[in-house]
Design a protein around this ligand. Structure first.
Ligand code: MN
Length: 203
């Protein structure tokens, strides 16, 4: 596995094919308050690219172009958060998207456990190390442990998607899943517009 660290943007000639796994690291859990620090990407080939973003580096034209590219599906785990964070700081609405957490909730109704760690363990027999989850992602220089952790969050999303798609088809829920993924960017916009807790579908 190779991890490449980029400052401020991805190179213009870097291609991820028709689907790219994406995760972000931020200063906290509130996109309105907590700035975007890292965007990690993988083509599903076992390699990861990490874009480190300082507070004055949100222009990132190549990254923003990829996020909005209609020909490239962006695969997330709980994309609702990442899409909101990238909307806030990169000023781009990410689409089209796939979310492994939503896919798991729709396909794996026999369990309440839908974390990335659980899915990697149960579907891929991979043990994810979550020790670096709470760490200062805004640091000017990242530690090797932070870089390794950040990369590991995007390395397995393609394989999870493949496994979850089999289950969604088996259970007859693929069309419903696709409809939910189509709505996900709008769900992220609702979060940053103030409808984070309120369910607009509620009675
Ligand atoms: Mn992460």
């Amino acid at each position: 596995m190779a991890v490449t660290l980029h400052q401020g943007d991805i190179p213009a000639n870097l291609s991820f094919g028709s689907s790219v796994a994406i995760d972000t690291e931020t200063m906290g859990l509130k996109p309105v308050r907590d700035r975007l620090c890292l965007v990690q990407l993988s083509a599903g080939d076992g390699n990861a690219h990490i874009v480190q973003l300082q507070a004055d580096q949100y222009a990132a034209p190549n990254l923003r172009k990829l996020l909005a590219d209609p020909a490239v599906t962006k695969i997330f785990h709980f994309g609702r958060f990442d899409i909101a964070a990238m909307w806030m700081y990169l000023n781009v609405l990410t689409a089209p998207v796939y979310c492994t957490k939503m896919a798991s909730r729709l396909a794996r109704t026999f369990t309440q456990h839908h974390s990335l760690k659980t899915l990697c363990n149960e579907l891929l027999d991979v043990e994810l190390d979550k020790q670096q989850q709470t760490t200062d992602w805004g640091a000017a220089t990242l530690t090797p442990e932070q870089i390794q952790y950040a990369a590991s969050d995007v390395l397995y999303l393609h394989k999870l998607r493949t496994a979850l798609d089999v289950m969604l088809v088996r259970e007859g829920r693929m069309d419903l899943a696709k409809a939910c993924f189509s709505f996900l960017p709008s769900r992220a916009l609702l979060d940053v517009a103030g409808w984070g807790e309120e369910d607009i579908f509620a009675h």
